[in-house]
Design a protein around this ligand. Structure first.
Ligand code: SF4
Length: 326
């Protein structure tokens, strides 16, 4: 890993407009906006694994997809290797997408049930590279073995595999083009715990083999902590804390990060922070609170927390936090 950013996100927001709906002949439901991601700036260095954590629905997956332009960002810019992805035409984007891939949460839903595993893994090569049939077969066989599948699996179909094996197929499809950057979107959360450990170890090995830069999205901080160099914590579409893994586990500064760490007994023992309990449920992203978005639940909230958005500031070198109380 070096300190040169491979990926840079500047002030990215992604909003989804919900269409107005007709209720009866007099009433139309108002148009609503879901602010899934709000004004996020973040860099990922070459060879780094950045873990992105937060509760379900906090905007983690939306951010991952907007980086790859699977969703068009509403505001902001994304740079990959100093080139602005957000300004690219579809043709330019196709060229760069071979360097940027995604591994999805639900491997079964992302695999075409009518295609054999060989066809599924080979498809990106057919789209992006001009190789002879022999060269393609060699690449497919190589990646199949690297992800722990056997050559005889290639003639089978997705329904003939277990959840863990399907995720290996998803990983093979993402890595066949030898990308530089991979978004792993909750890749183990649909799997049994024992299988999760195998896939996480496989990801750690493949990261080294392919010199990958990874954005690893998960709601499980123990999974993220095992694989990542740094962790970014998200709450209701915003980043609240970013730090190196060790620093974040030993010295969490944002109340929300402390809550996430408290939920994991073995991680709790590392830190010496005072336990924090949040009030109530996570607010709807349709109507997020003003000021600090955590203020409706935070036991330490005071006056300006409900009116002023705290800036994400660096308090210790490499450790950024957004909280008025620091
Ligand atoms: Fe809590 Fe206020 Fe800090 Fe937000 S800014 S985390 S409400 S203390």
């Amino acid at each position: 890993m070096n300190n040169t950013p491979l990926l840079k996100i500047q002030n990215m927001s992604k909003h989804f407009e919900l269409k107005s709906s007709f209720i009866d002949k007099h009433i139309f439901k108002k148009r609503n906006t879901v602010k899934a991601v709000s004004d996020i700036s973040l860099s990922i260095n070459n060879g780094e694994t950045l873990g992105l954590i937060g509760e379900s629905g906090c905007g983690k997956s939306t951010l991952g997809r907007a980086i790859l332009r699977l969703y068009e960002p509403t505001h902001g810019k994304v740079f990959f290797d100093s080139e602005e992805i957000t300004a690219m035409t579809p043709k330019q984007l196709k060229g760069i997408k071979r360097k940027m891939q995604i591994i999805f949460q639900d491997p079964y839903a992302s695999l075409n049930p009518r295609k054999s595993i060989e066809e599924i893994i080979k498809l990106p090569l057919k789209i992006h590279e001009s190789l002879s049939r022999k060269e393609m077969d060699k690449r497919v066989l190589d990646i199949t073995e690297r992800v722990g599948l056997k050559p005889q699996h290639l003639k089978r179909y997705p329904h003939q595999f277990s959840g863990g094996q399907r995720q290996r197929i998803g990983i093979a499809r993402a890595l066949i083009l030898k990308p530089e950057f991979v978004v792993c979107d909750e890749p183990v959360s649909a799997l049994d715990v024992s299988i999760q450990a195998q896939i996480i170890q496989l990801m750690a090995k493949l990261k080294e083999d392919f010199s990958l830069t990874i954005l690893f999205i998960s709601h499980d901080i123990s999974v993220v902590a095992y694989l990542s160099d740094r962790i970014a914590v998200m709450y209701l579409g915003q980043l609240v804390e970013v730090a190196d893994v060790k620093e974040l586990l030993e010295n969490p500064m944002h109340p929300y990060t402390k809550v996430l760490l408290d939920a994991i007994p073995q991680v709790e023992q590392i830190g010496v922070h005072k336990r924090v309990l949040l009030k109530g449920d996570i607010p709807s992203p349709l109507n997020p609170p003003a000021g600090c978005k955590l203020h409706t639940r935070c036991p330490r909230a005071m006056g300006k927390c409900s009116t002023e958005v705290p800036e994400l500031k660096e308090y210790i070198p490499g450790h950024q936090v957004s909280c008025h109380l620091l």
